[in-house]
Design a protein around this ligand. Structure first.
Ligand code: UDP
Ligand code: MG
Length: 332
């Protein structure tokens, strides 16, 4: 498929990027972040105040916050003209909020960024340098995981290990949503039709010329993380089942191996009966075999159910998010 990326936008030719004055969209999903939004904006606006070649377009996506985040954002909009606010009708989750933000972003380059300043805004300047050199995607790779708990670090290691073994394309390790993307990449992402969106996977799937910059991930500046253990587990499952059907296929192999073992065992028993007379069958081995196989079958059915559920949700073709209102800047 050739993407019709020229529909709304004439791309910045690579040779023009060096001197181009550009609009930079920051896509910032926020969910109950009244403590952090103004800290974030202060830092970002100060950083870009001296850079005349970059016009800022900060798209906050209010992901159904139940605190005063929206009021804070509206107050800040009166102070900073470069803010737009997309108010979703409820909490749809970070992936959906990012999807909404990418649709609304206007910049030649777009950077999804967390509002808690864990993704340091100054890294965007290095990313822009790479973009000007001709890269379409510049990944922010974290070189430390000190700000995460032990459990989160371990689960991340295992997630990448398993995901990258069974899925294509591979997700680069320790790279989150924080990355710079050229307009062409954003248009490509906007064209992807699926409604269950595992953004890390989709980002990797679209490809494009990619560079990496490294950064140190800081502690959250204020407030609390929204991703507890259970949510992360579901997120990992989502990632694994979004980009691989290996978990489905594995049951065929497992089933075959177990069938082979039982066949060998049956042959062994028959031989034994022939050689040494009637055997009295053991009660415990029967129970072990029955429960083991029963458990295995249930896991297999669960796995199929996981995919069936995804197909079911996908087949409803519901939108990924619903927008209650978009608050544009005062100047337009
Ligand atoms: N977030 C969101 N919707 C959610 C959960 C989180 O928009 O349902 C936003 C949150 O406001 C923040 C970003 O996603 O800007 C990352 O969340 P958080 O810092 O809690 O995640 P962590 O950094 O701990 O993985
Ligand atoms: Mg965070």
């Amino acid at each position: 498929m050739i993407l019709n990326i020229d529909k709304n936008y004439e791309g910045t030719a690579v040779e023009m990027r060096k001197e181009a004055n550009i609009m930079l969209s920051l896509v910032v999903p926020v969910y109950n972040e009244s403590e952090t939004v103004s800290l974030f904006l202060d830092e970002v606006c100060e950083l870009f105040s001296g850079i005349t070649s970059v016009e800022l377009d900060v798209v906050f996506v209010n992901d159904g916050s139940t605190d005063s985040t929206l009021e804070c954002l509206l107050r800040l909009q009166a102070l900073y003209s470069s803010i737009r606010i997309v108010d979703l009708s409820r909490n749809f989750g970070k992936e959906a909020a990012l999807t909404a933000g990418l649709k609304v972003a206007l910049g030649q380059v777009v950077v999804p960024i967390d509002v808690d300043l864990q993704d340091p805004p100054e890294v965007i300047l290095q990313m822009l340098e790479k973009w000007r050199e001709g890269y379409d995607v510049v990944l922010g790779k974290r070189i430390n995981r000190d700000s995460d708990s032990w459990a989160k670090r371990q689960s991340a290691i295992w997630f990448y290990r398993i995901h990258n073994r069974i899925s294509d394309p591979k997700i680069p390790e320790n790279v989150g949503d924080f990355r710079l993307m050229d307009r062409a990449v954003v248009e490509a992402l906007n064209e992807l039709p699926e409604s269950r969106r595992f953004m890390k996977g989709l980002f990797a799937w679209v490809g494009f010329r990619t560079a990496t910059v490294e950064y140190v991930r800081e502690e959250r500046v204020a407030g609390k993380t929204k991703f507890n253990g259970w949510r992360l587990w579901n997120f990992a499952l989502e990632g694994l089942t979004s980009f691989s059907t290996s978990p489905l296929r594995i049951w065929t192999y497992l089933g075959s191996v177990i069938a082979l073992i039982s066949f060998l065992y049956a042959s062994f028993i028959i031989l034994k009966v022939i050689v040494s007379g009637v055997d009295v069958p053991g009660y415990s081995s029967v129970i072990v075999a029955v429960t083991f196989l029963g458990g295995l079958q249930l896991v297999g059915i669960g796995m199929i159910g996981e995919y069936l559920g995804r197909t079911y949700i996908e087949s409803k073709r519901r939108p990924v998010y619903l927008i209650r209102q978009i608050y544009n800047t005062i100047k337009d």
